[in-house]
Ligand binder design. Structure first.
Ligand SMILES: Nc1ncnc2c1ncn2[C@@H]1O[C@H](COP(=O)(O)OP(=O)(O)OP(=O)(O)O)[C@@H](O)[C@H]1O
Length: 642
């Protein structure tokens, strides 16, 4: 190999060693809170090793002194001492086994919490880029690898080290020549093990990555099972899964093949050492250079090395697996959230709800500019409706207010305070959100409505459900508020989920409301009910509403028309509808049909009521009370249609 290449290989080994060392010391750092039990475990390791090392010494003594002198008392003393040492060894081994498992389970518990808390704290931008399956595999498979690293990797390594060092010292004190013969395997083991460790590490990392990929595929196809089935793509999904499964199997087999070579080779080396000890020691005994007791003791010590040597391969395996798991875990833990609380972040309390967007620009991490020079001044209690074609940036704009993402330029203020200067928790507590994708937890309806408010009372939950017009429906279910909604609320219709989400937000009683198309999947009648409720709820609260429904737009204090990230028009319905601008265009395109449909629907309902009624005039008056949302314009239209 040319010198330059050799240097390259060497420096890559050094780099890999440094990297592994860093991960190793970080894993060791996880033991810091459990230092007492970790040290107790090490003491148990040392004592168990000590107890087992006494036995060959006793054997030497009983052969060389007791047997030679024919002293039965010596034999009895040796037997009792050996039994005692064995009992102590058993007890300390139990302590070491139990404590190392207890400590490692505690570390795994801490890691799971650290990872979960960290993931909860990471911004939307991180979650946009990461795969759920990979994160889940880090939370399970990788943490398990670190958990096993401690008892099977670290403790065994400690045991092996203590045994090697002590046996070496004792052997040299007994007979230096035999000691050299016995320990001849050590340099071989050191080189061999480091080679195995360096090669097996990337294989384990690949196994763990493939595992994450497999989890991602599984998670995606299970949560998207309806799409898979509706497109009859089961075969495709099965093949995709099988392919990934094959990758995982192949990498696992590669790792196992490596380890399978490792084990017999180590045992072979051990057997060669035993034969050498018997050969060299036997000749020395025959030539009277060595006592029989010493030779038996040396053979026993060589055998004592057998256990750590035999499990060396196993230990290296767990060691490297733990390091790969640690690397994947720390890469998540080291990720800094792009949205964090400022060091002196203030609490946002008792706000009025004056919201301003000042020259706001925004683009997602890797992409074009989505919002440009957005200016909004929403006075406390105002309703701001956002209108625009799909992809124009309405949801993005709403996501900036609770700091799901930070603006790229400009500022957003609440009561004059920049949202980046207040704590995220108090900011979000003041903003009630009903997002486009309604997400319900796999819990009861009561738990879902009460999600945002700790210790919400039954009365509060029912009151919110009533306002969101979902109470009657909930009562019609056999289990009422105790009905389990299934994963993501799968047992409910889109409209029912939305109303539960609205109730959940109402319970928060926020000063600022953000409603992203929250009534898009409800029928007209339900929408009226919800909108009536929301209008009452919006009173006194600053509200930002993505409007795809007529009533929201008409009643808004400000309508903002967004086109390709710019606000291109603003005003009220009455002013904008008369201008020949984008609003009038969008209104014609999206809303006029709704208006006419509504008017027709109402006219039909009223006609039906009148037909059914024997007291026509009286019914007509009642009808006005029944549909308070019927504005003058609709009444005119209805009359005209009649
Ligand atoms: N997490 C994201 N990462 C990168 N780009 C995104 C992300 N979310 C949205 N976008 C892009 O930003 C632009 C605006 O999207 P946004 O969801 O704000 O539009 P919208 O007006 O709310 O659309 P719709 O009415 O369909 O909900 C789109 O081009 C979209 O592709």
């Amino acid at each position: 190999m040319p010198l330059e290449k050799k240097q390259k290989v060497f420096s890559s080994y050094v780099e890999s060693f440094k990297f592994n060392w860093r991960i190793f010391t970080r894993i060791l750092g996880l033991l810091r809170p459990h230092w007492f039990w970790s040290i107790t475990t090490l003491v148990c390791v040392a004592l168990a090793t000590g107890a087992s090392l006494v036995v060959p010494q006793l054997l030497q003594w009983v052969i060389d002194v007791g047997v030679r002198n024919g002293n039965l008392t010596d034999l009895i003393i040796a037997a009792v001492a050996i039994l005692g040492a064995s009992t102590l060894r058993g007890l300390f081994s139990y302590g070491q086994g139990y404590l190392s498992q207890a400590v490692s389970n505690q570390v795994a518990y801490d890691l799971r919490n650290m990872m979960y808390d960290h993931l909860q704290g990471l911004s939307f931008a991180y979650h946009d880029d990461s795969e759920t399956g990979q994160l889940m595999s880090r939370m399970t498979v990788d943490i398990e690898a670190v958990r096993n690293f401690l008892p099977f990797g670290l403790m065994r390594a400690a045991l092996a080290l203590v045994t090697f060092v002590t046996v070496a010292v004792i052997l040299f004190s007994l007979d230096w020549a035999l000691a050299l013969v016995t320990l001849i395997c050590v340099p071989f083991l050191a080189i061999f093990t480091s080679q195995v460790a360096i090669r097996i590490r990337p294989i384990w990392l690949a196994v763990q990555n493939e595992n994450g990929e497999l989890s991602t595929i599984m998670q995606e196809s299970l949560s998207g099972v309806r799409v898979v089935k509706s497109f009859a793509r089961e075969e495709f999904e099965m093949e995709k899964f099988d392919k990934q499964n094959q990758h995982l199997r192949d990498y696992s087999l590669k790792a196992m093949r490596f380890m399978a070579w490792n084990q017999p080779l180590l045992v072979f080396v051990l057997n060669v050492v035993t034969v050498l000890v018997l050969w060299v020691g036997g000749i020395a005994v025959i030539q009277h250079h060595l006592s029989l007791g010493t030779m038996v003791a040396v053979t026993q010590y060589a055998l004592l090395l057998a256990t750590p040597v035999r499990t060396f391969g196993f230990m290296v395996n767990w060691f490297m697996r733990g390091l790969s798991g640690g690397e994947r875990i720390f890469s998540v833990l080291d990720t800094k959230s792009t949205v964090t609380d400022a060091p002196n972040a203030k609490e946002l309390k008792n706000i009025e709800g004056h919201v301003r967007f000042e020259h706001v620009d925004f683009s997602y991490a890797r992409g074009r500019q989505i919002l440009q020079d957005v200016n909004i001044d929403a006075q406390p209690g105002q309703v701001v409706a956002l209108l625009g074609v799909t992809g124009s940036g309405k949801s993005t704009l709403l996501h900036l207010l609770p700091r799901f993402y930070d603006v790229t330029d400009g500022a957003i203020t609440v009561d004059g305070l920049d949202v980046r200067e207040v704590t995220q928790s108090t900011l979000r507590r003041n903003i009630g959100l009903v997002l486009q994708d309604v997400f319900l937890f796999n819990a009861t309806i009561r738990d879902n409505i009460g999600y945002g408010v700790e210790h919400a009372t039954e009365e509060q939950i029912i009151a919110a459900a009533k306002v969101a017009r979902i109470h009657e429906f909930i009562l019609s279910l056999p289990d009422g508020y105790d009905t389990w909604v299934g994963e993501r609320g799968v047992t409910l219709s889109g409209g029912q989920k939305q109303r539960i989400a609205i109730a959940r937000t109402l319970l928060l009683n926020p000063r600022i409301l953000v409603l992203d198309d929250s009534t898009s999947s409800v029928d007209m009648e339900t929408e009226y009910l919800i909108q009536q409720a929301l209008e009452a709820v919006m009173k006194g609260r600053t509200s930002f509403v993505v409007a795809s429904r007529l009533r929201t737009v008409k009643n808004a204090d400000q309508i903002l028309v967004i086109e390709d990230g710019h606000i291109v028009e603003r005003g009220t319905h009455d002013t904008l509808v008369t201008q020949d601008g984008p609003y009038a265009h969008l209104y014609d395109l999206q809303l006029r049909e709704q208006e006419e449909f509504e008017a027709r629907l109402l006219a039909q309902q009223v006609d039906e009521d009148l037909r059914k009624s024997s007291k026509g005039k009286k019914e007509a008056c009642e009808e006005e009370e029944q549909y308070p949302h019927l504005d003058a314009e609709n009444v005119e239209k209805r009359e005209a249609m009649r």
